[in-house]
Design a protein around this ligand. Structure first.
Ligand code: ZN
Length: 244
């Protein structure tokens, strides 16, 4: 996957080719280009699995069973074609302000309910992906901020408020979210954190930001510029609360 589509139109055109989709998924699953048989776990080594071009499947040289790129992946058991999954994945990864199932539905022509299912599964998969460090340093700074997401106690039903032991003014039950924005690439990461204590935040920063030669202890917040607040947090709040 050398040429990544930059816009949604490009992505739709790019993934309209079945072979491109298979190659893209194969690359995501086996970055070294060696498919593994999901039935017997035989790794392609000196001997290669047979590629059945008309059926768009491999045939394992060891157990002789056939497998498609979908078998054993999140796309298995789905009637939706790969291009829809990949367009949804592209939108999920590239729309900075988040993407709703309605938008995916409109872009791909599938029902909103199916799009919601697609998004749920993709999010589950992305959750386990080990993050690549974001670039730090003077040339490529990373902005960070935390915020609280959750309903106001005064809008809750009385029974729920009693259950959470809240008054009408408490904020104790809101969820703390920590966000990071790489200023150069406009890449955003947000993660739920148990609290906003210094140690918690520092741990998240060390997990996500590559420091290079700079010492993490020298990390000084740049001015009081809040993480593109209006565009990230406010959008995130509205979409996450209403549709996600
Ligand atoms: Zn096999």
């Amino acid at each position: 996957m050398q040429t990544q589509p930059k816009t949604l139109t490009e992505a739709i055109r790019y993934y309209s080719n079945q072979q491109t989709c298979i190659d893209a998924v194969a690359y995501l699953r086996w970055p070294d280009g060696k498919p593994v048989c999901p039935k017997c776990n035989t790794v392609e080594g000196e001997r290669k699995h047979y590629w059945l071009n008309t059926q768009k499947r491999w045939k394992c040289y060891s157990c002789r069973k056939q497998f498609s790129v979908k078998v054993g992946s999140v796309f298995e058991d789905s009637a939706l074609s790969l291009d829809i999954w990949l367009i949804a994945l592209w939108m999920l990864c590239n729309c900075k302000n988040g993407v709703s199932s309605y938008e995916i539905g409109r872009a791909t022509g599938i029902a909103q309910k199916s799009a919601w299912f697609v998004l749920q599964r993709l999010r589950l998969v992305l959750k386990d992906v080990q993050p690549v460090p974001m670039g730090a340093g003077e040339a490529n700074p990373v902005e960070m901020d935390e915020c609280f997401i959750g309903g106001k106690p005064k809008n809750m039903h009385r029974s729920r408020r009693l259950k959470l032991k809240l008054g009408t003014n408490g904020y104790a039950e809101k969820t703390a979210v920590f966000g990071m924005l790489e200023r150069g690439s406009r890449q955003v990461r947000a993660t739920v954190i148990p609290n906003v204590k210094r140690e918690t935040l520092q741990k998240k920063i060390l997990e996500n930001v590559g420091f290079g030669v700079e010492c993490p202890a020298c990390f000084v917040p740049v001015a009081k510029r809040e993480l593109d607040k209006e565009s990230v947090w406010d959008e995130g709040r509205s979409t996450s609360l209403s549709r996600w």
